[in-house]
Design a protein around this ligand. Structure first.
Ligand code: GRF
Length: 207
């Protein structure tokens, strides 16, 4: 069983997709052992509690120094014995020491087809605003491994979503979540748990 820790900051609908995937068996050979949030009172924590998953809140503001916050985050993950870390709407940049320690064992969901609309500053609604501003016909979501850059790690899965007339950033965000994010994130965890994903020369190979 692959031990998975999920890091969240908000609504936790992607976390829910993972909980449901484990529950329904569409994610095999994996268990969610811990949920860590950098914000208190968020819906993601309620979802964890309802599913009986231990959770912890680790807030940057509670620490005097950034290093102490980072250490607390790393300690919490280590204590959970997680083998895979999933960033499911986690809005902070991870400490480089964590990224290094868990090389090719941290994945992130991003709401666009990388390399479009990604990198510094591209999160939340902004991603969809920019896609609409540029007038692209197709957008989507990407699951990728996390490396020391921003949205630059090896791509695991992508799913396209068509932009339709009268889309607003909000309607587009909702469709990208429903049609892409909630599907490819559980699928990626399943593939990793089944040992079907390998990174070779910076690219993902799937068997
Ligand atoms: C998702 O759109 C995800 O791609 C982005 O943040 C959002 C999180 O939503 N990084 P939720 O907390 O999973 O509902």
């Amino acid at each position: 069983m692959l031990r998975v820790a999920v890091l969240v900051s908000g609504g936790g609908t992607n976390l829910q997709a993972l909980i449901d995937g484990v529950g329904s068996g569409s994610i095999q050979n994996a268990e969610i052992v811990k949920v860590i949030s950098n914000k208190s009172g968020v819906k993601a924590l309620e979802r964890a509690e309802k599913a009986g998953i231990p959770s912890e809140v680790i807030k940057k503001g509670d620490f005097e120094k950034a290093e102490d916050f980072e250490k607390a985050l790393i300690d919490s993950i280590e204590k959970s014995d997680a083998e895979l870390i999933v960033l499911a709407g986690f809005l902070l940049v991870l400490p480089p020491a964590l990224v290094k320690k868990y090389e090719n064992r941290i994945i992130n969901i991003h709401p666009s087809l990388i390399p479009s609309f990604c990198g510094k500053g591209y999160y939340g609604l902004r991603v969809h605003e920019e896609a609409l501003k540029r007038g692209v016909r197709v957008t989507g979501a990407t699951v990728h491994f996390v490396d020391e850059g921003c949205d630059s790690g090896p791509i695991i899965l992508q799913k396209a979503v068509n932009i339709i007339k009268d889309d607003t950033p909000e309607t587009l965000q909702k469709r990208v979540m429903e049609e892409a994010e909630w599907k490819i994130l559980p699928e990626a965890v399943n593939l990793i748990a089944l040992g079907r994903i390998k990174v070779v020369n910076g690219k993902v190979e799937m068997t």
